[in-house]
Structure formats: structure tokens, C-alpha cells
Design a protein around this ligand. Structure first.
Ligand code: NI
Length: 269
């Protein structure tokens, strides 16, 4: 058995610490001169907030290593598209990538892979990298060890059955992970990929906003997060992202950038 602890377990312990501290303070058992009970409660609360940030911030390495790009002298970036396949947007993204002779990495949701296998075959056939984004786009922080393993293994299996190759990179839904999640993924041989540039395109803030935010943050070695899909429900349009992707690619190419897969960016070749 591994000793990897989930965020929810850590927060449960800290909640107990906070209540114990508050109780000590209330009972005034050891109150003066500096209210240690209250200090204990505040410390537990602050540590809990810090741990939550470690689980949700894409760049945090506290719970274990995750890839967020790397500083490179050469002008290269990796475009990543999450939550697909999702017609018609995934096909439109593929058209734009082909027109610009550009590759990208697609983090696919297993349930969508089963619905649109022809799009998965096209992604693979056109030289893009395929990544795992779980089967149901579940928040892995809410699952136990077996459920996490099932979510990711099932997605890997359906992608392999259709594309012929099992992804060795994964992006957990929302980028959320804790020591338990990272332990399960490592045992499955999956490398965790987060991102360094996010335009919040999933909120459909307008094509100009997606392009502007991305170009403002991007630099050599960036991993850019975009969405050609919309979870499992697949209700929101992704036209803005499709248009923005074309503009981002043309702009960065004019500046001398080259687009590579996540593997190539991280030097996994
Ligand atoms: Ni997602």
C-alpha cells in the first residue's frame, strides 16, 4: 500500500484541528497571554487554504511533479485542446491546424471518444498527440483510489482501441490533483500535463479576449490551454476558440514561433 493521502483526508484532519483550537480558546483553558487555541485554529485554517491552492493551481509542484512547459531558448510552444472530440469544433480546429501545417495535443474525454471515433482517428492520422482527460471528466479530488484508476484506465483503453496507441500523458479535469491522484497516475505510467497560458476560453469571453490574453502571457516553452470541447454534457459553443486558435497560430508564426506536441516540447522524443 502506498502512503499517498488525499486532499479531502488532509482537510478533514485540519477541520478537526480548527475546531479543537476554537474549543480550547472558548473554554479559555490556556488563554493568556497569546490565546494558543485561537492561533491553532487560524493555523489550521490557513494550512487548509494553502493545500487547496496546491491542488488547483496549475503551476504548483507541492504534491508532485507536473509539467507546465519549460524555459527554452528556441521559440517553440505547445497548443493543447481539452474536452473533445466535439463536432463541429474539433474538425474545424483540425482544419486550421492543417492549413497552418501545425501540430497540437488533444486531451480527450473517453465518453466523447466513444461517441465520435472518426474524429479521434483523424487527430491521430494528422500527426497530433493524444492525451487522456479521463472517461467522464470527473473531478478526481472527489474520488477514491479505485475510482480514479478506473476513470483514467477506461479513457486510455477506448483511445487505444480507436487510435491504436495508448496516451502516456494526462491532464486531470480542471488540472485538479492531490498526492493520491498523482500516485495513481504515476502507477499507470501517465505523465501529468498542466499549462502555463490560460485565456479562460471556456467562458467564451470573446475571440479578442482569448487571443489577447494568450499572446500577452505566451513565451518560449509555453503550454497553451484551449478547449475544443465542453465536458461530457457538450452544450456550449466553441466557435470563439476555433477563431482564436487560427489568429494565435498566425500571429505567433509571424513572430517566428514553431508549434510542437507536448512530448516534443518536454523533450520526450
Ligand atoms: Ni476539461
Amino acid at each position: 500500500m502506498s502512503g499517498a493521502v488525499s486532499l479531502s483526508t488532509m482537510l478533514a484532519v485540519l477541520t478537526a484541528v480548527v475546531f479543537t483550537g476554537l474549543l480550547l480558546d472558548y473554554l479559555a483553558i490556556i488563554r493568556r497571554p497569546w490565546r494558543p487555541g485561537l492561533m491553532l485554529a487560524l493555523g489550521g485554517f490557513g494550512l487548509g487554504l494553502g493545500l487547496i491552492l496546491c491542488a488547483v493551481l496549475p503551476g504548483s509542484q507541492v504534491f508532485g511533479p507536473v509539467a507546465v512547459g519549460r524555459p527554452l531558448a528556441e521559440k517553440v510552444v505547445a497548443l493543447t485542446f481539452d474536452d473533445g472530440p466535439y463536432p463541429p469544433y474539433t474538425g474545424q480546429v483540425l482544419d486550421i491546424l492543417r492549413e497552418n501545417r501545425t501540430v497540437a495535443t488533444f486531451f480527450l474525454i473517453g465518453a466523447n471518444v466513444v461517441k465520435y471515433p472518426e474524429l479521434v482517428r483523424r487527430i491521430a492520422a494528422e500527426g497530433h498527440q493524444l492525451g487522456n482527460h479521463t472517461y467522464n471528466h470527473s473531478d478526481l479530488l472527489k474520488l477514491g483510489r479505485e475510482q480514479i484508476a478506473a476513470e483514467t484506465d477506461r479513457a486510455g483503453t477506448v483511445i487505444a482501441a480507436i487510435a491504436g496507441e495508448r496516451p502516456h500523458v494526462i491532464r486531470p479535469p480542471h488540472g485538479f490533483r492531490d498526492p493520491l491522484v498523482l500516485d495513481v497516475l504515476e502507477r499507470q505510467g501517465l505523465r501529468v500535463i498542466e499549462w502555463s497560458v490560460a485565456s479562460r476560453d471556456w467562458t467564451n469571453p470573446g475571440t479578442d479576449a482569448i487571443v489577447g490574453r494568450t499572446l500577452k502571457e505566451v513565451k518560449s516553452g509555453s503550454i497553451i490551454l484551449l478547449h475544443d470541447g465542453d465536458g461530457v454534457e457538450a452544450a456550449a459553443p466553441r466557435m470563439q476558440t476555433v477563431e482564436a486558435a487560427g489568429r494565435i497560430i498566425r500571429h505567433l508564426k509571424a513572430e517566428g514561433y514553431r508549434f510542437v506536441t507536448v512530448d516534443e516540447l518536454l523533450g520526450n522524443h
